[in-house]
Design a protein around this ligand. Structure first.
Ligand SMILES: [Zn+2]
Length: 341
């Protein structure tokens, strides 16, 4: 029988003191490895049964050990100091940089709340300009009258703190009606008046007429009311009103052929009306203030007095329209709208 073969049922890996004696003592005079020592049980105060030579080695080792611990403590202290210093720099670095810069030292404060501009926005279109003179009249080009009238209307609106008014173009260059409409939308226009002068082959052609956003479009009702308020005042001022009360609808076919319908004709046409009215995005009226080819009309609403009178009429009509359709009008409960925002 092979002696290395364990008896049946005996586990080969079982620790047996007789097979592996504990090596917790070192030969006399040899230095214990501290790493080994740390795995050994602590030394008994009386030194146990160790001999003198062993005790001397131990004291030397213990001194080194104490020195090692002291050095370790110093290292930890140094590391802690370094860490604290680094933290101080990080926390105060921004402030130090600020001190070195020209930035103000005051803490940022909340910007003052801008006063909300609740004024009603009116876009005034001066009809022509920017290299487009419009029609030629007996005394001036259309552009001259429309710009002067627009400027006078703008002054009246600016003097009224209910309104904020602007021109659809600055006249420095030609802007198509579609661009002026885009400018009106960008300016937040809530009502638009476009000022023009009429022209005819015969100087006997006279009178006022205007064109609101036609039926079938958003803002037809508001635009129609605005047109009627303007026309009524021109009529009261003695001007002849063309068509039914000076208010008409106009359409252009694809070939640019023009069709004019009286205001009582509410047929919805697919042909487009003036581009500015189609695209400005708010109630709008285009006014033909007077015939600049008629000396009589120019005297009434084309010369300086006439332009001022026309501007006053537009302003008065805007005020009436604002009272009926503006945010403070009955039926326009602005407080409800506010509560929804
Ligand atoms: Zn014109």
């Amino acid at each position: 029988m092979d002696r290395r073969t364990p008896p049946t049922g005996q586990r080969r890996n079982t620790y047996r003191s007789s097979q592996a004696p504990r090596r917790n003592v070192w030969p006399a005079g040899s230095m214990p490895d501290p790493r080994v020592y740390e795995t050994l049980p602590p030394r008994r105060p009386n030194g146990g049964s160790r001999r003198v030579g062993q005790q001397g080695s131990y004291h030397r080792y213990a001194r080194r050990k104490r020195r090692g611990r002291m050095l370790q403590k110093l290292a930890w202290l140094l590391a802690a100091l370094l860490l604290a210093g680094a933290a101080f720099l990080v926390l105060n670095g921004t402030q130090l940089l600020e001190i070195g810069s020209d930035q103000p030292q005051t803490q940022p404060v909340a910007a003052p709340v801008e006063e909300q501009d609740n004024r009603f926005v009116i876009a005034v279109d001066p009809g022509h300009g920017g290299g487009d003179p419009g029609s030629t009249g007996v005394s001036f080009d259309e552009e001259e009258m429309t710009w002067d009238t627009a400027d006078r209307l703008l002054k009246l609106l600016e003097a009224d703190d209910r309104f904020s008014a602007f021109l659809t173009t600055d006249g420095s260059e030609y802007e198509k009606p579609s661009q002026r409409a885009a400018n009106a939308r960008a300016g937040g226009a809530q009502l638009l008046i476009s000022i023009h002068g009429n022209s005819g082959d015969d100087p006997s052609y006279v009178g006022f007429e205007c064109y609101p956003v036609p039926p079938g479009r958003t803002y037809n009702a508001e635009s129609l009311a605005f047109g009627q308020m303007i026309a009524k005042r021109f009529g009261e001022a003695g001007e002849r009103l063309r068509g039914e009360g000076g208010v008409r609808y106009i359409y252009y076919e694809d070939n640019n052929e023009k069709h004019v319908y009286e205001v009582s004709d509410t047929t919805i046409h697919t042909d487009t009306t003036f581009t500015l009215l189609e695209e400005c995005g708010c109630p709008a009226v285009l006014a033909e203030q007077c015939f600049i080819t008629s000396p009589e009309d120019v005297d009434a609403f084309g010369d300086e007095d006439g332009r001022q009178a026309a501007a006053q009429i537009y302003y008065d009509a805007i005020c009436e329209w604002y009272d009926s359709y503006g945010p403070d009008a009955a039926g326009n409960d602005s407080s409800t709208a506010d509560s929804l925002t």
